[in-house]
Design a protein around this ligand. Structure first.
Ligand code: G3I
Length: 439
């Protein structure tokens, strides 16, 4: 029997008998619970830590999106001019994609972490080098990146609401739009974001960015999203949700991209930020900037969701409860939907037959407006359950984040064409809309 995705998961949870406080439990991990609300829950990760089993165990269990904390920055990917270096970034991308996690690309152009050779350039030589960098890196990762931070932190702090001085800014005020146009040409399927900090409430800096985005939309400069880093202390600004909403009202997605919160109000503030995102239809996902407190760039401030031993903190529970609470809005485009102006991509939808203690899921994979030659569908299996069988696809794991890849005969799909595969499992079925990525 076929049912719609949203109703089906409520039925599955009830059928499985998972009830907390009289309400059917939606999910038991951050990624699964966010997916049920049509959103992703991600973490910034470091390639050098993937061999740490506690770290990677949490990553694979809890998260369905990743950001490279440093490995995709200009100094890492183009250490000398025209010589590109992707080994560490590839480790992150491969880890994520092989498990069906989304990848946020961070960051194509930024005034920090530039290679020494770029720091010594100026004028048209720097402009050309910067645009070439955008083109080369976005082309290399074409089809693999959900969202790119095309430009990071280009606005000044303080009351002026203007651009930050930098070598890039001195190449001309149009450097940002030039970067976005180059990124769109290189990877039409990626959402293109502007990302910044101290923009979490309505203030002069966020209003300067707001005006830029409004101007870009009016002139047809390709921009799809704005990232709010949200490095917070004790609480979020009172107008946090209102600020997200005013950007969404311009016609862009909003994403919380580098969340960490220090101070006594930590757990409460994490809950409030989560609810704010759920209340804004175009807030498509949240990324925390690290996994354990000991992984954080904010040394000694313990601003993350897991303690140094990998234990769940009160802040973790606050986020999970908020994700599983009511009152969210459904994103206009889910995490796997093709971006506006994009041509590639695929989408996946699930129909379930669930009973107490188990389920069979049938997944329909549909190509976007371009043909695809392979697909990867990602789901997060709620803890306590496991996948026990798969047909017409191969599964990367039986618990946690699982990537299903096409088999020989069903990978090639014409534009708009669809195919189906299935899996069965014990416990509660994965919640929400699965991710789908070509390739
Ligand atoms: O890997 C080297 C190591 O070999 C060396 O021994 C050590 C000595 O200092 O440095 C190590 O590199 C450091 C790198 O992090 C990896 O740990 C760099 O010095 C350090 O500058 C770098 O810091 C990163 C910072 O960006 C750079 O500005 C942080 O990890 C990273 O979390 C942080 O992320 C930024 C976002 O990209 C943008 N928004 C703000 C956010 C926090 O600053």
């Amino acid at each position: 029997m076929r049912r719609t995705v949203m109703s089906v998961f409520a039925v599955a949870a009830v059928a499985a008998g998972v009830v907390i406080g009289g309400v059917a439990e939606a999910g038991t991990t951050l990624g699964a619970s966010a997916a049920e609300k049509g959103r992703y829950y991600g973490a910034a990760i470091a390639a050098g830590k993937l061999g740490d089993s506690v770290y990677t165990g949490i990553l694979n269990r809890e998260f369905n999106s990743v950001t490279a904390e440093n490995e995709m920055k200009w100094d890492a990917t183009e250490p000398s001019q025209g010589r590109f270096s992707y080994a560490n970034a590839d480790r992150i991308v491969n880890h994520a994609r092989s498990r069906g996690m989304l990848v946020r690309g961070h960051a194509l152009l930024w005034h920090q972490q530039q290679p020494g050779w770029a720091q010594s350039l100026s004028g048209s030589a720097l402009r050309n080098a910067a645009i070439n960098h955008v083109t080369q890196v976005a082309t290399y990762y074409r089809g693999k990146i959900h969202s790119w931070d095309v430009v990071n932190e280009a606005f000044a702090d303080g009351g002026g609401g203007g651009r930050r001085d930098s070598n890039l800014q001195r190449t001309g005020n149009d450097w940002i739009e030039a970067a976005f146009r180059a990124a769109r040409a290189a990877d039409p399927g990626a959402k293109l974001c502007y990302n910044d900090y101290n923009t979490d409430g309505i203030n002069a800096k966020s209003t300067g960015i707001y005006n830029m985005v409004r101007d870009f939309k009016a002139r047809g400069v390709p921009i799809d999203c704005v990232g709010f880093q949200s490095h917070l202390t004790n609480s979020a600004p009172a107008d946090y949700q209102a600020n997200l909403q005013r950007f969404a009202d311009l016609g862009v997605d909003v994403q919380i991209t580098e969340l960490d919160i220090s101070g006594a109000g930590q757990a409460t503030a994490y809950g409030a930020v989560t609810r704010a995102c759920l209340a804004v239809a175009r807030c498509t996902g949240i990324t925390v900037w690290g996994i354990r407190d000991t992984d954080s760039w904010r040394t000694g401030q313990n601003p993350l969701l897991f303690d140094g031993n990998g234990g769940k903190k009160a802040a973790y529970t606050a986020v999970l409860n908020a994700l599983n609470g009511g009152g969210s809005t459904v994103p206009t485009g889910g995490p796997s939907s093709p971006p506006p102006g994009g041509t590639g991509g695929c989408a996946a939808s699930v129909s379930l037959n669930a009973w107490t203690g188990g389920y069979v899921a049938t997944v329909r994979v549909t190509a976007g407006s371009s043909p695809i030659s392979g697909w990867t569908v990602g789901v997060t299996v709620p803890s306590g359950g496991a996948i026990t069988g798969v047909w017409s696809a191969t599964g990367s794991a039986t618990t946690g984040a699982v990537a299903f890849r096409n088999v020989d005969y069903n990978g090639t799909l014409a534009a708009g064409a669809a195919t189906e595969f299935g899996f069965q499992g014990t416990g509660t079925a994965p919640a929400g809309t699965p991710t789908c990525q070509p390739g």
